[in-house]
Design a protein around this ligand. Structure first.
Ligand SMILES: Cc1ncc(C[n+]2csc(CCOP(=O)(O)OP(=O)(O)O)c2C)c(N)n1
Ligand SMILES: CC(=O)[C@@H](O)[C@H](O)COP(=O)(O)O
Ligand SMILES: [Mg+2]
Length: 628
């Protein structure tokens, strides 16, 4: 494509847009973001010598056109499917993906790393980081600009400003960008652009000249980026390919420090169904490419997210101290529904999980009841805030942890694998997991009345089990589990929504003449020690089951049994967790199957374990003796 003339590149962009729509129509995925950067993608690859030059996409959800241009066109048929392309950039997928992503706001930091290494003699080429206005709301982006502006190394940051995060962008920085945009016409007021202005096409030439005249006046009104040591170029029309090409070529020749190019784009650009929808087809399932009609959902039960939001909205109707906090995931966490009922008690802080948690800690310290609803995977970013600002001070922040466990097509970057482990080791924390959507309603009620310290409840992505919902949540007794099915030989102690698989495993075992107890722990902290001890004393085998990495619930149970001297050989204990690897994307069912957490695996683990227990061997020998 680097041999194509500019007019041919325009044709290429059109073809790329059509191809992207056709491919994503079949697989589903993050369409709107990619459509917004089609021209940028073509311009960057045409001007910069990727992969020698490092192109780093922030989040990576807008990189589908980049994938198509970099040797993955055919493979797009398997986008986000089992064994197929990742929905994000991924180092192992292509040399054109120098840095993997999926969580936001990392591109400037990583890009600066490449630029600094290059100057130390490791690696070569330019660095181009493309970051969205939503991603620019996170602290990491500012930390990176602060560092980049001070180091002064040549690198390009393209700010893709479509005034959208997943929902419309929020915050004061978003307002600042709007102010910059209001400074029409398009300008490049930095030193580089001054030198290069003569080579620019209209209207940039006039714009740049006018901007230079205004320089004096602008000193008190310049962009945040300039104050941070970047040359600011913009705003530029991110869909005008000839202009983008001219600007990037000029900058590539002249820049000698960090440059920020502010490109104005439209999310979903060039595809009317996306442009006209509220979320601009941020993340869609498969759809009809001609009409944009989305395939119908096959869900038969309400989603956990919806049940959570409904329950919280009702609790908040009864208690005006309840407030909700989201970090740019109002629709994903269901809190958009809460906002409709209680607009003044809903806070969308932007992509800023760290701030969200400490902000919630402040609210709690002031006597409010903050429910901080964050996906498990994104909560990882706020760990020090959870420890230092919430737990250490014993503040009653309520954590609603959505997308717990394996999430499917978004894959390992979005798996909610670690929260059980990283929360249960914190003194004073209460950690719950809902076994079904009715339990979730009770956990919301439990959290609402829990003022004694931080409390978390986790629940998965997707639809519930279809169980009848209570009219109103009833607070659970803290640290108490429940026996769902009483048996004799084997005990399953489930934490979370694998409870259904445990019951199915119990059926499989029953078919083999074995009787299994199934219990729902409800709490990983504090543990229901009486229940655990009872299960351990009265069964040959005790298996803990959780949708999380090792080091979580099962580890806590094991520690309790070992510390109490209960691992004396009379019971065999196994902890069934997610395996110690990053499970590649597939459907959640397939991912759980491969992780060994479906009913046949659970039953099989129980059998293997049982065969090795001395008590079982003795019984078996006795039964054999009796039958002969
Ligand atoms: C740390 C983190 N929090 C939340 C998300 C979820 N998320 C993915 S894309 C996105 C919006 C990004 O907006 P922007 O950067 O402007 O890109 P656009 O989708 O507008 O192209 C959000 C909130 C994430 N990926 N990472
Ligand atoms: C790119 C990103 O991080 C989000 O768009 C994420 O894919 C949303 O996931 P859900 O579909 O589970 O809300
Ligand atoms: Mg955006």
């Amino acid at each position: 494509m680097r041999r194509l003339r500019d007019a041919e590149l325009v044709d290429l962009a059109d073809e790329l847009r059509r191809d992207t729509i056709a491919k994503v129509a079949a697989t589903g995925g993050h369409l709107g973001s990619t459509l917004g950067v089609i021209e940028l993608t073509v311009a960057i690859h045409a001007v910069f010598t990727t992969p020698r030059d490092k192109l780093i996409w922030d989040v990576g959800h807008q990189a589908y056109a980049h994938k198509i241009l970099t040797g993955r066109r055919e493979a797009m048929a398997g986008l986000r499917q089992d064994g197929g392309l990742s929905g994000f950039t991924k180092r192992s997928e292509s040399v054109y993906d120098p840095f993997g992503a999926a969580h936001s706001s990392t591109s400037i930091s990583a890009g600066l790393g490449f630029a600094a290494a290059r100057e130390l003699g490791y690696g070569e080429g330019d660095v181009v980081a493309v970051i969205g206005d939503g991603a620019m709301s996170a602290g990491m982006a500012y930390e990176a600009m602060n560092n980049a502006g001070a180091l002064g190394k040549r690198m390009f940051v393209i700010l893709n400003d479509n005034e959208m995060s997943i929902s419309p962008s929020v915050g004061a920085f978003s307002r600042h960008l709007a102010t910059l945009c209001a400074r029409a016409p398009v300008v490049g007021i930095d030193v580089v652009m001054k030198k290069a202005a003569a080579r620019l096409p209209e209207p940039f030439k006039t714009g740049a000249a006018r901007a230079r005249q205004a320089m004096g006046a602008l000193t008190g009104n310049s962009s945040l980026f300039e104050h941070m040591g970047f040359s600011y170029v913009g705003p530029v029309d991110g869909h005008n390919l000839p202009q983008l090409l001219a600007i990037l070529r000029t900058l590539k020749t002249r820049a000698d420090g960090p440059v920020l190019i502010h490109a104005i784009t439209r999310k979903g650009a060039g595809y009317a169904p996306a442009e006209n929808s509220a979320d601009k087809y941020h993340g869609v399932g498969s759809f009809d490419a001609k009409t944009g009609a989305l395939s119908k959902s096959k869900a038969r039960a309400p989603a956990y997210t919806k049940v959570f939001a409904q329950a919280l909205t009702e609790e908040a109707g009864r208690d005006d101290r309840i407030v909700a906090v989201t970090a740019a995931m109002a629709s994903g966490t269901g809190l958009d529904a809460f906002a409709k009922a209680h607009p003044e008690r809903m806070f969308d802080v932007g992509i800023a999980e760290q701030h969200a948690v400490t902000f919630a800690a402040g609210l709690a310290a002031a006597g409010m009841k903050p429910f901080c609803a964050i996906y498990s995977t994104f909560l990882q970013r706020a760990y020090d805030q959870i420890v230092h600002d919430v737990a250490l001070q014993g503040l009653p922040v309520r954590f609603a942890i959505d997308r717990a466990g394996l999430v499917g097509a978004d894959g390992p970057t979005h798996a909610g694998a670690f929260d059980i482990a990283f929360l249960t080791n914190l003194p004073g924390f209460t950690v719950m997991a809902a076994a079904d959507e009715a339990e979730l309603v009770h956990m919301v009620a439990s959290a609402a009345v829990h003022d004694a310290g931080p409390i978390a409840f986790r629940y998965p992505r997707g639809e519930g089990t279809g169980v009848a919902l209570p009219e109103r949540g009833v607070p659970l007794e803290i640290g108490k589990g429940r026996v769902v099915r009483q048996g004799r030989d084997i005990a399953f102690l489930s934490f979370g929504t694998r409870l259904g698989e445990c019951l199915a495993a119990a059926d499989l075992l029953a078919a083999r003449g074995l009787s299994a107890t199934v219990a729902d722990a409800r709490f990983a902290k504090p543990l229901d020690t009486a229940l655990i001890e009872d299960l351990a004393r009265n069964h040959d085998v005790l298996l803990t089951v959780e949708e999380g990495a090792s080091g979580g619930f099962g580890a806590a149970v094991l520690t309790h049994l070992a510390d109490g001297g209960l691992l004396d050989g009379s019971v065999a204990v196994r902890t069934l967790t997610l395996p110690d690897r990053y499970e590649p994307h597939a459907s959640p069912d397939v991912m759980y199957e491969r992780s060994g957490l479906t009913a046949p695996h659970l039953a099989d683990s129980a059998l293997k374990c049982l065969e090795r227990t001395s008590r079982h061997q003795k019984d078996h020998a006795l039964r054999l003796a009796a039958s002969t």
